[in-house]
Design a protein around this ligand. Structure first.
Ligand code: BTN
Length: 253
């Protein structure tokens, strides 16, 4: 596999096998800014304990992209959470750059990426404040199913190869880093508004009846908006609900 060529703001750390690139990124970030400056990115060929959102496992055999970016934005923790939408836009654009024509890419709340209506990539954002309000570091983990995908997920999955795309892990990594640099610059300069607007253009199911599975409850309603805090806005039979954590399913699934 060829060596990735990343914009100069990134510092790439490549490993063959690791428990989880997010866990490795956290260990490095905790060693301090000199050891792990903003823009350090850990890339592994496989993970033995890949993690997904809400405590799930992330299927991580060789052949897919697993990476985690260490960021040190000087913003409050609540604001740093917007970075998962920034990264979603970057993955969307990255797939647009490396992909083949005639396919559909969408974003699914909160931070999944769908290819032809199946999940092809996921993002896992983790942050630490060290007690204060400002984040010390933010870890942005990205998994893209390049060659393989799990067959036993609640929401159907796919891979680039299954959709007959020829892009490699290196193509995806390079393209993601380029687009993340551009979207995060826009976010830092202009705030969440342009991110939210573009995310809403690119998301799946806006205006449609959806089902959101929470820890102890399933809520049904029409997906009407993404609010200024990144919450999903749902019009239900009992009124409007703002949802901050859950899994979205579409009618008929
Ligand atoms: C999800 O959709 O549930 C999020 C999946 C995030 C997976 C990536 S793979 C690289 C990084 N390391 C991990 O352990 N998880 C993230």
């Amino acid at each position: 596999m060829r060596e990735p060529s990343l914009p100069s703001d990134y510092r790439l750390v490549t490993v063959d096998t690791v428990d989880s690139t997010n866990a490795e990124a956290k260990r490095l970030a905790a060693e301090g800014e000199e050891k792990a400056p903003d823009g350090t990115i850990i890339w592994a060929k496989e993970q033995t304990d890949g993690r997904g959102r809400r405590g799930r496992k992330w299927h991580s055999p060789p052949g897919n992209l697993y990476c985690s970016l260490i960021l040190r934005p000087d913003v409050a923790l609540a604001k740093a959470a917007e970075l998962s939408f920034v990264a979603g836009l970057a993955v969307f654009d990255a797939l647009g750059s490396v992909g083949e024509p005639g396919h559909q890419v969408h974003l699914k709340w909160p931070n999944d990426v769908l290819l032809n209506d199946r999940k092809v990539a996921g993002l896992l954002l983790e942050a630490e404040t060290g007690g204060g309000d400002i984040s010390d570091w933010v870890i942005l983990g990205l998994g893209v199913n390049v060659s393989v995908f799990p067959g036993d997920t609640d929401f159907p999955a796919t891979s680039l190869r299954a959709e007959h795309w020829s892009a490699t892990e290196v193509d995806c990594l390079e393209s993601f880093c380029r687009h993340f640099k551009s979207w995060s610059g826009k976010w830092l300069e202009e705030g969440f508004a342009p991110v939210r607007k573009t995310w809403l253009w690119r998301c799946f199911g806006l205006g449609e009846e959806i089902e959101v599975r929470l820890d102890n409850e399933t809520v049904k309603g029409v997906f009407t908006d993404l609010d200024e805090d990144g919450a999903l806005v749902l019009k239900t039979a009992d009124g409007e609900r703002r949802i901050t954590a859950g899994d979205v399913f579409f009618a008929g699934e």
